[in-house]
Design a protein around this ligand. Structure first.
Ligand code: LCS
Length: 394
């Protein structure tokens, strides 16, 4: 029933029910590590999966707080089931390691968050899993990358930090034809603007640290997909243990209640900021999927209902001019991460993507002059005024 409601109503209501014991209106934080069984038979039945219920916080469905968060996020992504994690990286790690083994082949977007790149290039490669980093904006290159042993395609769109956009529906279709899973990192767009599962992907995952939590006060990750996928993932999570804490699950519930409102404002402010930057003589180029000048604007328009709050731009005068700009902002914070209520600015080549080898960064467009912004929900005039005064100092 909840899935038929509109998105904003689902943000507020999905998963929520009054606490059956005391009637608390707001979902309580079940800050507990274990659950008491009525008797030994019940404990055994729950461990055997013969009776639904809670057993231990590391084991699915974790706690009632986690269950509400998972139900809410699954309703927003329009998926059947979900699993929470301690961070976005824990979510990505579980998804790849639970589904790939030595000798398998993974196709990944060539521009991904720095730690994702290194997880794939170092850890997976070290385990004998073959990885091809492909420019997924080029469907011909994706088609040519499939091998006999390709078991998974991992897409990040829009991509961190170049904002490249790839066609989820087309690539998920190719993956299906080859019997491979398609996974989308939906962190930048959020389910408010992009629904990978509806576009044909098998799994949508997000770092909750960003827009889902929304207030830069937690680390978390979440994976949404089919019941079958989640059943396969559950033992991996149980054995490796990287789940979200109950307090973080509660913060994510609270964050999601305003996701629709925040994302509208993030996107409105990002477009205004992108247009301001495009008109500045100090700026060489701007990448924001909502701009007509974005190379994949048409794909973005097709699969996204809005363009979120992330953008990047190249400063004339290279890294030195960029550094002076970042050192001169005062309203904006010079910080990594994204999706906070306030505006953040950072330099991927020396920060979020410093772990990516320089020759790879250069090849995929993570250039030294690239500055990334996570545009917040302040009044846009103040964000622009801050950038204006900072440009005056470079
Ligand atoms: N996926 C994307 C697209 C990300 O940008 C990040 C983190 C992650 C996954 C990992 O999430 P975490 O484990 O941090 O919850 N991105 C960051 C960034 O751009 N700056 O700091 C972290």
């Amino acid at each position: 029933m909840q899935e038929k409601m509109k998105f904003g109503t689902r943000c507020v209501h999905a998963g929520e029910k009054p606490d059956p014991v005391f009637g608390a209106h707001t979902t309580p934080i079940f800050q507990t590590s274990t659950f008491v069984f009525a008797n030994a038979g019940q404990g055994a039945a729950r461990f055997a999966g013969k009776e639904a219920g809670y057993v231990y916080t590391r084991i699915s469905p974790n706690t009632p707080t986690h269950a509400v968060f998972v139900e809410k996020v699954a309703a927003l992504e329009e998926g059947d089931a979900g699993q929470t994690f301690a961070s976005g990286m824990a979510a990505i790690t579980a998804v790849v390691l639970a589904n790939l083994k030595q000798g398998d082949h993974l196709i990944s977007t060539n521009v991904v968050y720095g730690c994702t790149y290194n997880l794939f290039s170092e850890i997976l490669s070290g385990l004998g899993i073959e990885v091809s980093f492909i420019d997924t904006t080029d469907l011909g290159k994706v088609r040519a990358a499939f091998q006999e042993n390709t078991k998974m395609v991992f897409l990040e769109t829009p991509a961190n930090p170049t904002m490249n956009v790839c066609d989820i529906g087309e690539i998920a279709g190719m993956a299906r034809e080859h019997g491979a899973l398609s996974i989308v990192d939906n962190t930048f767009a959020t389910p408010y603007f992009q629904k990978p599962l509806q576009l044909g992907a098998d799994v949508s995952l997000s770092s909750c640290t960003k827009y889902i939590g929304g207030h830069a006060d937690l680390l978390g990750g979440v994976v949404v997909g089919s019941l079958d996928f989640m059943k396969k993932l559950a033992p991996f999570v149980e054995y490796t243990g990287g789940i979200m804490g109950p307090h973080e699950a509660w913060l994510c519930i609270r964050g999601l209640k305003t996701l629709h409102l925040r994302m509208e404002k993030h996107a409105e402010n990002a477009l205004k900021t992108a247009e301001f930057l495009e008109a500045r003589p100090e700026v060489e180029w701007v990448r924001y999927p909502g701009l007509r000048s974005h190379p994949q604007h048409d794909v973005a328009k097709k699969q996204m209902s809005g363009y979120s709050g992330m953008l990047s731009f190249g400063v004339r005068g290279g890294i030195e001019a960029g550094r002076r700009l970042m050192n001169s902002v005062s309203l904006c914070s010079l910080a990594v991460s994204l999706g906070a209520t306030d505006t953040l600015i950072q330099h991927p080549a020396s920060m979020t993507h410093a772990c990516v080898p320089p020759e790879v960064r250069k090849k995929v467009g993570i250039t030294d002059e690239l500055v990334r912004m996570s545009v917040g929900i302040e009044d846009p005039e103040d964000i622009i005024a801050d950038l204006e005064q900072a440009f005056g100092k470079i």
